[in-house]
Design a protein around this ligand. Structure first.
Ligand SMILES: [Ca+2]
Ligand SMILES: [Ca+2]
Length: 120
């Protein structure tokens, strides 16, 4: 009778491990020459990335909408832009080869769309 209990515990543990967002998302997770945003300070929690050099404005992923609190622009040459709305509203410019591990409370949890060419 102990075996089913043990198996049930193991299955619950595995399920929990598969559904929890990795707590170790980091700066190193940003692909080379891409623009990356994270939901938490210090490049933590959920990550969204986009190839650099794309002028089209697209929404950020649903899990990052109005969540961004740190960013990295790994492109050596292209400035990027984040928008509060869809290509409208308050903007934040992300210069090439730069990053911010702790976006000010005045600008965090705001970005909803972005482009990775031309800055703002
Ligand atoms: Ca917004
Ligand atoms: Ca912050």
């Amino acid at each position: 009778m102990r075996l089913p209990v043990v198996l049930g515990t193991v299955m619950l543990t595995v399920t929990a491990a598969l559904t929890v967002t990795p707590a170790h998302a980091a700066l190193a997770d940003c692909p080379n020459t891409s623009m990356c945003i994270w939901a938490n300070n210090d490049f933590g929690a959920a990550l969204d990335s986009r190839k650099s050099g794309l002028a089209v404005i697209l929404p950020v992923s649903t899990r990052l909408d109005n969540k961004m609190d740190s960013w990295r622009n790994d492109s050596p040459s292209y400035d990027s832009c984040g928008y509060d709305g869809h290509g409208s509203g308050d903007t934040q410019e992300w210069k090439a080869s730069s990053q911010d591990n702790n976006v000010s409370v005045l600008n965090s949890d705001e970005v909803s769309s972005w482009r990775t060419l031309g800055g703002c």
